[in-house]
Design a protein around this ligand. Structure first.
Ligand code: SAH
Ligand code: SF4
Ligand code: F3S
Length: 439
């Protein structure tokens, strides 16, 4: 039997695409190999969002090159956004690569592996939703659902529109059918994926148009789906109907990831984010009004070209005012072909790092403060497995997406009540309420 090994970099969309790659390979009769050395097909699902992602990949490719030179029968494939951004250049720079394909061309990998072609090939035209391929899920009770691909925004720093193309939504009936299938298969939590989920449906034909809020209601109605998450919405399109869905629909979780990027309207404009500081704060206030206990999380970039000390201070103000439960913070990284990479007034390295330190400190302080609201409460936890730090304990997540390490006897996939007795910026600690589970 032939075997494969997949290494995944990047965001949840790539994790999803890798599960589909694996499902597709298994439907062709391949089995997963424990490591690259044992695999007949070595695959990398790549990311290009920041320079660091590129550098990590190049280290891994060195090993694939060595394995390929020891055994030329092995197939080395590179998929994902980095492959797409380089296209055929991949073969010039890495001659040991047999097949390269972009995020919308995963089905072509099957075609390549089943053909008797021995020449290297690249596939970079949009071929179809990876979400339509069979999946090999990481966990049987959680699933990704790809609701759209691509992005029509033009954020000045971002490479994604050039790697994932224009936005295309999957028809709602297809997504509901998928949720039903998943529920029947034991899935309790779904995460809806798109680059800009709340512009979902705008490109669907008249008569089939469904808004993102309507889609949430349709999936909420599927029996067996206990939790719905999604990522990422765009603050510009975050309408009241979506926020209300968190309050009104049973399975939509009390967590909203609302990428800020910068707290300065001047920088947001240069980033082409299409909202300003006031609009963002207004969205955050609306969330607090309808879902007071919701966790709000975000993405922030420091050191965007031209960011002044005063602009950065405005970011700190917004972070303080919103009170995020957690935040992903990034140092601006110029990406080839993007508008921001060409801007003159790049922020010096040292300044970027110093701002990053200050930002992280504030984010952590606010997150720690916010987390204290859970102490003393009983929270519903979806059990994921043993705790990473202490295998005698369990690990799971509350609806607000915080990780909990707790003492208990439940199995992965179960929903249990946990009494929270401690909280840090990133994790909660607690004890399972056994009586509550029996009752
Ligand atoms: N479509 C999603 C995710 C985009 S990528 C969204 O719009 O929210 C995830 C995050 O990476 C972005 O939100 C941004 O904060 C960060 N990012 C993207 N390009 C970057 C760059 N060139 N330098 C630093 N951070 C970047
Ligand atoms: Fe990139 Fe902006 Fe699109 Fe997000 S919304 S993927 S940051 S261009
Ligand atoms: Fe995701 Fe990286 Fe592509 S963040 S969309 S895999 S560039």
């Amino acid at each position: 039997m032939k075997s494969y090994h997949v290494t995944t970099f990047g965001c949840q969309m790539n994790e999803h695409d890798s599960e589909r790659m694996k499902g597709m390979l298994e439907s062709l009769g391949y089995v997963e190999a424990p490591g690259r050395a044992d695999a007949d097909v070595i695959l990398f699902n790549t990311c290009s969002i920041r320079e660091k992602a590129d550098n990590r990949l190049i280290g891994h490719l060195g090993e694939a090159k060595r394995l390929k030179s020891e055994n030329p029968e092995k197939v080395v494939g590179i998929g994902g956004c980095w492959a797409q951004s380089l296209k055929d250049e991949v073969f010039d720079r890495f001659p040991f690569v047999d097949v390269a394909f972009g995020p919308g061309q995963v089905p072509k990998l099957a075609e390549f592996l089943t053909s008797d072609s021995i020449t290297a090939q690249g596939f970079f035209e949009f071929e179809g939703f990876t979400g339509r391929l069979p999946a090999r899920r990481e966990r049987e009770f959680q699933a990704w659902v790809q609701i759209s691909v691509g992005c029509n925004c033009r954020c000045a720093y971002c490479i994604v529109p050039s790697t994932r193309g224009r936005e295309v939504s999957r028809p709602a009936h297809e997504l509901v059918a998928e949720a039903e299938r998943l529920a029947a298969d034991g899935v309790r939590e779904v995460t809806l994926l798109g680059q800009n989920v709340n512009s979902y449906g705008r490109d669907l034909p008249v008569g089939e148009k469904v808004t993102f809020a309507e889609l949430l209601a349709m999936i909420d109605a599927v029996d067996g789906i206990e939790r719905i998450r999604y990522t990422s919405p765009h603050p510009q399109d975050m309408r009241e109907d979506v926020i209300r869905a968190h309050a009104e629909l049973r399975s939509v979780c009390e967590h909203i990831h609302l990428p800020l990027q910068s707290g300065s309207s001047r920088v947001l404009k240069r980033m082409r984010r299409t909202y300003n500081r006031e609009r963002y704060l207004d969205r955050a206030a609306l969330i607090r009004e309808h879902v007071p206990d919701a966790a709000i999380t975000t993405d922030i970039i420091v050191g965007f070209p031209g960011e002044t000390k005063a602009d950065f201070e405005e970011t700190l103000e917004v972070v303080d005012e919103v009170g995020y439960d957690s935040a992903f913070t990034f140092i601006f990284s110029p990406r080839r072909g993007t508008e921001a990479a060409e801007l003159e007034d790049q922020v010096p390295h040292g300044v970027k790092h110093e701002r990053m330190e200050r930002l992280v400190e504030l984010v952590q302080r606010r997150a720690t403060e916010r987390a204290q609201r859970f102490v003393g409460r009983e929270m519903e936890v979806l059990v994921e497995g043993p705790s990473r730090t202490d295998p005698s304990r369990l690990r799971g997540r509350i609806r607000h997406n915080k990780t909990v390490n707790f003492d208990g006897a439940a199995s992965p996939g179960e929903l249990v009540q946990v009494r929270i007795d401690s909280a840090t910026s990133t994790t909660l600690g607690g004890e399972e309420r056994l009586l509550a589970r029996v009752a």
